[in-house]
Write a protein that binds this ligand. Structure first.
Ligand SMILES: [Zn+2]
Length: 86
């Protein structure tokens, strides 16, 4: 397995910080940056044998909503899954 390249991690963090909230789509400068490593990276579009680290942004309202992280992970999984099917 290839170790994660720190430069691409930095890039991913930067992109997530400027991205709108995953749940409501609102742009929020004071959002919460969340990262997670899925149990099954392939479900999130990673190549076989590769781990994928996901970064996303939640606005302060959504980050307090019930099951916010779970819902956000579902949305990201659906989005990356579709990307994979192209
Ligand atoms: Zn939100």
């Amino acid at each position: 397995m290839k170790p994660a390249d720190p430069e691409s991690i930095q890039k991913a963090i930067g992109m997530a910080q400027n991205a709108p909230c995953v749940l409501c789509g609102k742009l929020s400068g004071k959002g919460t940056l969340v990262s997670f490593v899925p149990d099954d990276s392939q479900e999130y579009g990673a190549a076989e044998g590769q781990k994928r680290m996901i970064f996303y942004n939640l606005c302060s309202e959504c980050s307090r909503a019930p099951r916010a992280f779970k819902r956000a992970e579902e949305i990201i999984k659906n989005a990356t899954g579709k990307e994979q099917q192209k």
